[in-house]
Design a protein around this ligand. Structure first.
Ligand code: HEC
Ligand code: HEC
Length: 187
């Protein structure tokens, strides 16, 4: 029995190594990757739905939404999806209309995930704090930025809206590096 023990231990060691992430990404590299992540999060396409206040923002200048749209409008019965459909309006033949993607809306009031006006350290801390991110792990966040339709919309925004400053692949690559560093935050 004794000589089997090392073999039994091997899968355990492997499993622990995998669970701990890829430690080849240093904290310094993680912090650097986060700078790229933040440039995307704070670009208009993302920030406009992650505002500091209760109103979504519009255009590349991130002005408050017209028609006094806010979280309270939804509570009062006017859903975002009444205007924002599953695709950009141009895709259904209406130019200058509302952009669209499945489940268009603001993050919940309790976990608003504010990207507007946050310093890099504050943005980073908020992102990985389970109390503020809806109890998501770093891997859950990586999954979200890789596949969520609202995130993907940022690179297909319709109209003459600008795109985030780096490609989606480069963004996900930087996000992955940040996750593998254990979520290292800039000082
Ligand atoms: C139309 C509004 C909208 C846009 C545009 C948008 N988001 Fe979000 N975002 C949301 C909502 C709603 C949630 C909350 C999802 C939930 O709680 O299930 C969220 C949550 C998140 C989260 C937290 C992770 C999670 O699983 O909740 C991250 C990270 C995020 N968004 C990144 C981005 C990035 C990056 C972009 C731009 C490329 C972006 N968002 C654009 C609405 C938006
Ligand atoms: C009565 C119709 C209507 C409702 C309801 C509405 N919107 Fe809009 N929204 C629009 C129109 C029209 C535009 C396009 C204006 C423009 O070109 O920027 C727009 C633009 C936006 C943008 C700008 C996208 C960008 O990056 O430039 C965001 C974000 C947004 N809406 C979020 C929301 C959210 C979140 C809700 C619900 C809380 C909502 N809207 C409710 C009509 C509406």
């Amino acid at each position: 029995m004794k000589r089997w023990l090392p073999l039994l231990g091997l899968p355990l060691v492997l499993a622990t190594t995998l669970a701990a992430g890829d430690s080849s990404v240093t904290a310094e590299e993680g912090q650097k990757a986060f700078v790229t992540v933040a440039r995307v999060l704070q670009s208009p396409r993302c920030m406009n739905c992650h505002p500091a206040g209760d109103a979504p923002l519009q255009t590349d200048r991130s002005r408050p939404h017209t028609m006094n749209i806010r979280r309270a409008s939804v509570a009062a019965g006017l859903s975002c999806q009444a205007c924002h459909r599953e695709r950009n309006s141009e895709a259904i033949g209406v130019s200058g209309g509302p952009p669209g993607a499945p489940s268009w809306g603001l993050p919940p009031e309790e976990t608003p995930m504010v990207f507007q006006g946050r310093s890099l350290p504050a943005l980073c801390a908020q992102l990985k704090d389970p109390e503020q991110n809806g109890h998501r792990s770093l891997d859950d966040l990586l999954e979200h930025v890789g596949h969520d339709p609202l995130v993907l919309w940022g690179w297909q925004p319709g109209g003459n809206r600008s795109r985030p400053p780096v490609s989606h692949d480069a963004f996900v690559g930087a996000f992955r590096a940040w996750v593998r560093s254990g979520g290292a935050c800039p000082p």
